[in-house]
Design a protein around this ligand. Structure first.
Ligand code: PMP
Length: 403
């Protein structure tokens, strides 16, 4: 009898998933803070503000209403789907029936499900790099293959059609498009967006467009949705979005996907077995967020804008930090390759991972190294923290790297 190979104890596919690097750095910073160390963390990907009061109030009212104690349709409350359809027209320029909306447990579930529904084993997804850490894992979980296309700081972290075309193969099924971007904060211009959308349309490539930071833009810039730039693309595009970033609602877990009827049907079937509906009370809070007054969201955006200017200005005072001014999201992404190989406090970092460790050890400042988002040589700073802390942290870095 041939010797049988032992059965792996756990799923090999799931065992291959890496822990989220951004959450890991944040957890390390929080653990040090818990020990009493005055760590300033730029690692978190969430607004530091409380959720606006009228949204919280809507949730309190819902919690007392027995109707909200029940399941909703798996695809979401009809009123929320209608509010999302209106928001999609308002901000993404796409007119859709509410039946083309599915409410998900955050943008993260939307991303995961999008790849599950579109990919067959071996299908390729073009991933503009630097990328948000979750994408490659979500692609691998759907048996897809991520094809990274890297754009550096000199390109403002924006890929070109030429680069995309060079990466295209007969297996290319999906292009991921993220503007404003996490981790770079980069926003594609309407012209670039149109050129990329036309390329995808011409080659019959699906687009997953992650618009979760769409309302956080600065300098009068508006993030143009790829379906607004190229309306014919709507039949091969899934739009990912959610309330988390715009309304300081990361913990509430409400996101959504908008797409063509066949894909939304497939997503609904998947979600009905995966998680069913999103928390009923949180859905009612999301209705208040989308349909209520927008002044609190606007005040948060203005605060982010002020902090953005502060952090870019201060980081650029450090020799070796090349920091493009981002026009969206709440991240800055300096190129720090010039610092690698230099010695600070007796340590000579060779990678941005080692540089981030050095910053945490010697200045008690946490930022996420570029390795979490693609190539080494970069650091991601979130500026979703209070102004005083924000300034204090970069001043510590100015002292560390001046030595
Ligand atoms: N997309 C991007 C680009 C993100 O940065 C995030 C959050 N970090 C998400 C999607 C998911 O957001 P959530 O699941 O909190 O709605």
């Amino acid at each position: 009898m041939p010797e049988s190979t032992p059965t792996p104890r756990l799923s090999t596919k799931i065992s291959a998933i890496a822990e989220s690097a951004t959450l890991k750095v944040d957890a390390k910073a929080k653990a040090l803070q818990a020990q009493g160390r005055p760590v300033i963390s730029y690692a978190a990907g969430e607004p530091d503000f409380p959720t606006p009061e009228h949204i919280v109030e809507a949730a309190l009212v819902a919690a007392r209403d027995p109707k909200a104690h029940r399941y909703t349709p798996a695809a979401g409350l009809p009123d929320l789907r209608a509010a999302i359809a209106e928001k999609t027209l308002r901000d993404s320029g796409l007119e859709v029936d509410p039946s083309r909306v599915i409410v998900t447990n955050g943008g993260k579930q939307s991303v995961y499900e999008a790849f599950q529904v579109l990919l067959n084993p071996g299908d390729e997804v073009i991933v503009p790099t630097p990328f948000w850490t979750t994408y490659p894992e979500a692609i691998a979980l759907a048996d897809g293959v991520a094809v990274d296309v890297f754009a550096d700081a000199s390109q403002n972290y924006q890929v070109t059609v030429e680069q995309l075309e060079a990466a295209r193969t007969p297996r290319t099924k999906v292009l991921l498009f993220v503007s404003p971007s996490n981790p770079t904060g980069s926003v594609y211009s309407p012209e670039q967006t149109k050129a990329i959308g036309e390329w995808a349309l011409e080659h019959g490539i699906w687009v997953i467009t992650d618009e979760i930071y769409q309302n956080l833009t600065y300098d009068g810039v508006r993030a143009t949705s790829i379906v607004e730039a190229v309306p014919e693309l709507a039949e091969q595009t899934l739009l990912v979005n959610g309330v988390a970033k715009t309304y300081a609602m990361t913990g509430w877990r409400v996101g959504w996907t908008v797409g063509p009827a066949d894909a939304i049907k497939a997503l609904g079937n998947l979600q009905s077995h995966l998680s069913g509906n999103v928390n009923n009370i949180a859905q009612r809070a999301a209705i208040a967020a989308l349909t209520g007054p927008q002044d609190a969201a606007e005040a948060m955006r203005e605060a982010f804008d002020r902090r953005r200017k502060l952090i870019v200005g201060e980081l650029n005072k450090i020799d070796g930090f090349e920091t493009p001014t981002p026009q969206g999201a709440f991240y800055v992404y300096p190129d720090v390759t010039a610092l690698l190989g230099q010695t600070f406090g007796g340590v000579t970092p060779k990678t941005s991972l080692e540089l981030a460790d050095l910053m945490l050890d010697q200045a008690e400042v946490a930022a996420v190294p570029g390795e979490a988002f693609g190539p080494s040589g970069y650091l991601r700073f979130s500026y979703a923290l209070g102004d005083d802390q924000l300034l204090e942290g970069v001043q510590r870095l100015q002292r560390l790297f001046a030595s």
